[in-house]
Design a protein around this ligand. Structure first.
Ligand code: AQP
Length: 333
């Protein structure tokens, strides 16, 4: 059976990178797979946070999933901390993960930066919890943006290590990353060599899913570009990261390809292209922002979705954890 699992952290605001790299693909995949979509709130504790803001962000991410088109009846939609199996399996996996594997994780190095000695254990162990998130549901496929590829490879390694140690060849499936679409790595609007990110100091570096039409248009107008007109071929974008990024965003929003966008806009100056991109972005993102706003005013509806999702996810997780405890030699009553 094929099952997908994926999630987003309720840290700060979701942005266009989260949407094009992950959420938009989930909406398409929900018709092809049994799907579990999680708001990974335990991961959000790995960085500084304010409890009231976190509570609000959990609901906001839930609202974003539904507003983007995830059907909470057909799929399971829940928040991670509501199912205790995530933390339990995390510990068991932690006991099978060599430190050397974690030392290779580039995201920890980037996030810990120069203050590595003060970074918390949770940030370092983040990919182990992520492996537990996925394998608790024996998910076979994980749709993510390109930045999560290394963590996914680690999840496969951890699942494989568990299977080998307990001589249970196929107990955990080795999940396949699904890095899909034209925009697997959306870059900052201020610097085409940096990933668009929630934590970038400049709000002009990203388009938030809650931005209104004027803000979207302003951010695109201010986006860094170069003085050349748009080229005719994708190859000519190679050394022009900012131009490449805007063409990629256009292609992904239009469900098209970079070559098709260039076929239409080659020779255009950025002023004209940016105005077309802003219209497209507003047309695609505006309805999501409006629906998010409506759902955020319906708090009980969001809480009902999460509670129902946690019951359904919890039933699957409980079964896996029962099997895991038997395999590793823990008693249960
Ligand atoms: N720039 C991006 N382009 C494509 N996909 C992206 N994703 C994140 N940024 C981009 C994908 O979004 C999903 C959820 O990510 P997350 O909630 O775990 O957040 P993150 O990766 O921590 O997002 P940020 O913005 O990069 O946060 P900070 O600034 O805190 O590091 C994942 O599938 C991810 O690949």
């Amino acid at each position: 059976m094929n099952r997908i699992f994926s999630g987003m952290q309720p840290t700060r605001q979701l942005h266009l990178g989260n949407y094009l790299g992950a959420l938009k693909n989930w909406v398409r995949l929900q018709d092809q797979f049994e799907a579990i979509f999680c708001v990974v709130d335990l991961h959000a504790l790995t960085i500084d946070h304010d409890p009231e803001t976190l509570r609000n962000n959990i609901r906001a991410v839930t609202a974003a999933y539904v507003a983007a088109g995830i059907d909470p009846e057909k799929n399971i939609l829940f928040n991670q901390s509501a199912v205790p199996g995530h933390a339990e399996l995390n510990w068991i996996f932690a006991c099978h993960t060599p430190l050397g594997w974690l030392n290779r994780m580039t995201q920890f190095k980037e996030k810990a930066g120069k203050h590595r000695e003060n970074a918390v254990l949770g940030l370092y162990a983040y990919p182990v919890l992520m492996a537990a998130d996925i394998l608790l549901y024996k998910a076979t496929h994980v749709p993510v943006g390109e930045d999560q590829k290394q963590h996914l490879e680690l999840a496969r390694d951890i699942g494989g290590a568990f299977n080998r140690y307990y001589k249970r060849d196929d107990f955990f499936p080795l999940p396949e990353p699904q890095i899909l679409g034209e925009a697997t790595r959306v870059m900052s609007l201020r610097d085409g060599t940096k990933k668009m990110s929630k934590s970038d100091e400049s709000d002009y570096s990203r388009i938030n899913l809650t931005d209104d039409a004027d803000t979207i248009a302003l951010k695109i107008r201010k986006a860094k570009t170069d003085p050349e007109p748009l080229p005719e071929t994708v190859e000519e974008l190679e050394k022009r990261p900012e131009a490449d990024n805007l063409v990629t965003i256009y292609a992904a929003l239009a469900d098209s390809s970079r070559s098709a966008v260039l076929a239409e806009h080659a020779g255009s100056q950025f002023s004209g292209f940016k105005s077309a991109l802003a219209d497209l972005a507003v047309a695609k993102l505006g309805p999501i922002a409006a629906e998010m706003k409506r759902l955020m005013d319906e708090r009980t509806e969001l809480d009902r979705i999460l509670q129902r999702g946690a019951e359904r996810a919890g039933a699957i997780a409980e079964k896996t954890m029962g099997e895991v405890k038997d395999i590793v030699g823990l008693l249960r009553y």
